[in-house]
Design a binder for this molecule. Structure first.
Ligand code: BES
Ligand code: MN
Ligand code: ZN
Length: 500
């Protein structure tokens, strides 16, 4: 769980204690409010900056302990570089790097939402706050003692000082909903697979009911009745039962079709009978990052009372080898009626998506469907950890997702689909086979497989998040392994285009 710092908002008052964080540009220019608070120490700043050769370059830091003339115990100045190209996502990152520079022992932190060009707007100051919350997230639930030499971080209060604190607090409300959604997604992905198996995952989604989300959990019996033999086939080798969770948030006009989000929730992917090599297999506890994102997103939409009807559906299974496991050569009949020849039991995510997408389309007739899945290693080969792969049958939806990606920093890169790739998954014995047979274009053949379970009239986008759902490298807004990727992207997509 995270020891999230307490967040507060105030006007530009000089803090009487703790750490003060200010920003300056590459000409060492500060905003007026910052200049006012620095007044008694102006000379000191100049001398320290010169001694440290601090020029305010982007990413540079000036760190002064016990600054003479100021009551604050420490002054931290972050260099912005050129200020005119500060995008919202840069400001989120700025909030993150501010918290990152504060020593663990510090209790009170005050960050001035003030730029050389003037005080930040309320939205910008709230973005700054978002960055502080995301950066402060840690997953310590299973650590019983601090590491040697690592001090236990002090309980923190972060205060965002701004021109109009009330306006910032208001702008913060919707961002807090998103921040909480991201944190819930991260927690789910970070949890170990012995704790977070399908049934337990399903149980945790019930907490969304408090926010007005309708949550239904379908067990294996219910799914058998629906004919979801593709999803059930994946789960049949596991001692843990599979689950399908359907979450609904109805904040839009009654009788308008919902938007739908579908998540791959493979709580652990051993590969099954086509078992994976041992190296990094532990990462496959995160093979439910798509499902975690959908839960986080539904929570965010509900918490900010989004004016939209939204469905979130997640297929929860564990892919294990056993005497009961599905095997290469098996033919499964999916809910759609299409038969699937299993070539490789490690290509399991697409089987889960096939049944959940079919179910959602049939039951809800959504305005669009977006699925998220840690689907292929091949998308990591293509795009690394920077972009998710986007596959879609709809240019407008693709365009909107790309724009939302640029705006939030959760970027997507459109990949091709086409009949040449589709041919590669024709099967000798069934309607379709679950791999393309070769590694080439592996992310595309996987997407082509999923596409066979989507009718052409429903706008659909598939996001392959194998490279973005988790990543052991830290960045300004995340020190943990799980990223919570997709919550911000899809919240933005909804906010910009689909709310009434
Ligand atoms: N869950 C994996 C994909 C994955 C790999 C996610 C690395 C995150 C990081 C998926 O189920 C899988 O095993 N895909 C196979 C497909 C292959 C057998 C056709 C792959 O990518 O190797
Ligand atoms: Mn797999
Ligand atoms: Zn998988």
């Amino acid at each position: 769980m995270s020891d999230a710092p307490k967040l507060g908002f105030s006007g530009f008052a000089t803090p009487s204690a703790g750490v003060l964080v200010l920003f300056c540009d590459e000409k060492l220019a500060f905003g007026t409010a910052s200049r006012r608070v620095l007044e008694p120490a102006a000379d000191l700043i100049k001398r320290v900056a010169a001694a440290d050769r601090f020029t305010g370059k982007k990413g540079s830091v000036l760190d002064i302990a016990a600054p003479a003339g100021l009551k604050a115990a420490r002054l931290i100045v972050l260099g912005l570089g050129k200020v005119k190209d500060l995008k919202p996502q840069d400001i989120v990152k700025l909030g993150g790097s501010a918290v990152g520079r504060v020593p663990a022992s510090a209790g009170e932190v005050t960050i001035f939402a003030d730029l050389p060009s003037g005080p930040m707007k309320a939205d910008q100051a709230a973005d700054l706050a978002l960055g502080t919350q995301l950066r402060a997230y840690t997953f310590e639930r299973y650590k019983t003692k601090p590491k040697e030499g690592e001090e236990k971080p002090a309980a923190k209060t972060v205060t965002i000082a701004a021109a109009d604190a009330a306006a910032v607090r208001k702008a913060w409300n919707s961002r807090q909903a998103v921040a909480d959604g991201i944190i819930i997604a991260r927690d789910l992905v970070n949890e170990p697979p012995n704790i977070l198996f399908p049934e337990e995952f399903a149980k945790r989604t019930l907490a969304l009911r408090k926010l007005g989300v309708t949550v239904e959990v379908l067990d294996e019996k219910a799914m058998t009745k629906l004919g979801m033999n593709a999803l059930l086939g994946v789960g049949q080798g596991s001692a843990r039962e599979s689950r399908l969770v359907v979450m609904r948030w109805n904040g839009g006009k009654a009788a308008t079709p919902p938007v739908a989000f579908i998540g791959k929730g493979v709580c652990f992917d051993s590969g099954g009978i086509s078992i994976k090599p041992a190296a990094s297999m532990e990462d496959m506890k995160g093979d439910m990052a798509g499902a975690a994102c959908v839960v986080g997103l539904m929570r965010a939409l509900a918490a900010r009372k989004a004016k939209i009807n939204a469905v979130g559906a997640i297929g929860l299974v564990e892919n294990m080898p056993s005497g009961k496991a599905y095997r290469p050569g098996d033919i499964l009949t999916s809910m759609s009626g299409q038969t699937i020849e299993i070539i490789n039991t490690d290509a399991e995510g697409r089987l889960v998506l096939a049944d959940v997408l079919w179910y959602v389309a049939k039951r809800f007739k959504p305005k669009f469907m977006v699925d998220l899945a840690t689907l292929t290693g091949a998308i990591l080969v293509a795009l690394g950890n920077e972009y998710a792969g986007l596959f879609s049958n709809d240019d407008k939806l693709s365009e909107r997702l790309s724009k939302a990606g640029e705006a939030t920093g959760e970027r997507v890169w459109r990949m091709p689909l086409g009949p040449e790739y589709d041919k590669l998954i024709d099967s000798k014995f069934a309607d379709v086979k679950n791999t393309g047979g070769s590694r080439w274009g592996g992310a595309i053949t996987a997407a082509q497989f999923v596409k066979r379970f989507v009718d052409d009239k429903t706008p659909w986008a598939h996001l392959d998040i194998a490279g973005t759902g988790f990543d052991s490298r830290q960045n300004d807004v995340n020190r943990s392994w799980a990223s919570g990727w997709g919550v911000r992207l899809l919240d933005r997509l909804v906010a910009d285009h689909y709310e009434r």
